[in-house]
Design a protein. Structure first.
Length: 508
């Protein structure tokens, strides 16, 4: 395996000489959100790990990148310092040499004989010790023709977060794929179904005074919840910290390398629970996460103690653990895959960038004798946060206002304190409903993640056909056994599914 040079995480913007090889194209300033990701304590890189069902042909990949990624303005631009404008940074289009962005390492066959999975795992771990070279557009693609337990080869796409948000990246990646059964068709992504009419909707459509009372009550609840959530956000920025559990990051965790681990589970199992309990896939995913974290932390707190079994009333967990996840909510209207595909093929425009708000989602860390209690608790919390609060919009506005009034440093401090005072980051992304190929290479799985964030643990759920992949990005100095945590997530889903089946709640 070729050595990967360790680069200090404190990056400074490069200073350019007059034009040189750069094309004379429009020069657009970086957005404040993009500038934020260049702060030393917020230098985040997004990774998308793709398992291939066939060996990867590097030449085919390079040829196709020229007609796709390279045509995207952000992936063909440098981020440079404008000395004439108080050191502001701007995008400057440049000629892209694909050869410098595609890495095909020489593989030591002896290392592969020991464990191909460990080889890939260590490669990505070493990659997280490095940062992207700012003398060229901030992305690269690593192609590993190594047969692992779940793929014939692995590709790792790395992108600096200043180029855009995770949702945009995933949409762009999928826009570069096609259905394997229909090579001329883009992937199909499930859309949001219309919410069924519930009792409150029926009341609102009835005659009389009740509809007005219901609307006033709904507004008051929305207003009150939003005020509470904004106050909690501000308190978290200033002083309110999560409990120092065994999975909470330590100061400087953002500079530590990450161990990425993933586990593929059945999406049909999640759908069974979802349909039976009338919930969403996201409700079930968060419930499984809450259950898995409770089991894992109970074990960590019980290290060195004799295992006498654990129940709801008899376990190793301290009472009143405050453990919250930071959810980054994309506030920009979702850019369709077709729009991005057209942009690359026909030079049309498509929405892009970082436009996110924060939602602080509390996890109730406790063992439950009834596994379904994990799901019920989560659903109540998510419904309150998602349907009855404007937290994401307000936190985005607060961050934007702080940026305008106090500058990048203050905004960076706010974002950093929110992340260091909470415990983890969680996301759930919807993937294609059919098998897809990345430039002709059929994909076995998708596993997005990131490194460079202050959290010691990031959890991503990514669906693909009838599978769900759970991806962990873990600081090993805090979480030395991420695969054990994945075991706990898998066990939690089994317990919840078995409880649904044993009680005869599902039909057929």
């Amino acid at each position: 395996m070729e050595s990967i040079r360790l680069i200090k995480p404190s990056l400074k913007p490069i200073q350019t000489k007059p034009k040189l090889a750069m094309e004379a194209a429009e020069e657009e300033p970086l957005s404040p959100s993009a500038r934020l990701f260049h702060e030393p304590n917020f230098n985040v890189h997004v990774l998308s790990i793709m398992g291939s069902k066939s060996r990867i042909n590097p030449q085919v990949i390079k040829e196709q990148l020229v007609h796709t990624f390279v045509k995207h303005p952000r992936f063909s631009s440098l981020q440079v310092v404008d000395e004439k404008n108080n050191g502001e940074m701007k995008w400057v289009r440049t000629k892209v040499d694909v050869e410098k962005h595609v890495v095909v390492p020489q593989v030591d066959e002896q290392n592969l004989q020991e464990s191909p999975d460990k080889f890939v795992d260590n490669y990505i771990h070493n990659l997280s010790k490095t940062t992207l070279d700012k003398s060229k557009p901030l992305w690269d693609l690593h192609l590993l023709n190594v047969k692992t337990s779940d793929a014939e080869a692995v590709a790792v796409l790395r992108i600096h977060h200043s180029l855009g948000d995770g949702t945009s990246f995933m949409s762009l990646l999928l826009a570069c794929t096609r259905q394997t059964a229909h090579p001329d068709k883009l992937p199909t992504i499930p859309g949001n179904k219309k919410r069924p009419i519930n009792s409150s909707d029926q009341y609102s459509r009835s005659k009389g005074l009740w509809p007005y009372v219901a609307k006033v009550w709904s507004f008051m609840r929305l207003f009150w919840n939003t005020i509470v959530d904004v106050l909690m956000f501000m308190a978290t920025t200033v002083f309110l910290k999560d409990t120092n559990t065994p999975i909470k990051g330590r100061p400087g965790s953002e500079f530590n390398p990450r161990r990425l681990a993933h586990r593929t589970i059945s999406l049909d199992d999640l759908k069974l629970v979802k349909n039976t309990l009338n919930m969403t896939i996201n409700d079930v995913a968060v419930g499984v996460t809450q259950a898995g974290l409770s089991i894992y932390l109970n074990r960590r707190y019980g290290e060195g103690k004799k295992d006498k079994g654990a129940t709801e009333k008899n376990n190793n967990l301290p009472k009143n653990i405050r453990l919250r996840s930071t959810l980054l909510i994309n506030l920009r209207s979702r850019t369709g895959i077709q729009a991005l595909a057209d942009m690359m093929a026909k030079d049309t425009e498509a929405k892009w960038g970082n436009c996110v708000g924060y939602v602080l989602l509390p996890f109730k860390i406790a063992l439950r004798d009834d596994p379904l209690d994990y799901i019920r608790e989560v659903k109540a919390t998510i419904d309150r946060k998602k349907k009855n609060s404007l937290e994401a919009i307000c936190t985005f506005s607060i961050s934007k206002l702080a940026l305008k009034l106090f500058g990048i440093k203050a905004s960076s401090t706010i974002s950093h304190r929110i992340l260091t005072n909470t415990t983890l980051c969680f996301s759930n992304l919807v993937g294609p409903q059919e098998e897809i190929g990345f430039y002709g290479h059929p994909m076995a799985y998708l596993a997005p993640s990131s490194y460079g964030q202050p959290h010691a643990l990031m959890i991503n759920f990514q669906s693909y056909i009838n599978k769900m992949t759970i991806v962990l990005s873990a600081d090993e100095s805090v979480i030395p056994d991420p695969h054990q945590l994945l075991d706990d997530f898998e066990q939690s889903l089994k317990l919840i599914k078995d409880a649904v089946v044993e009680r005869g709640l599902c039909l057929g």
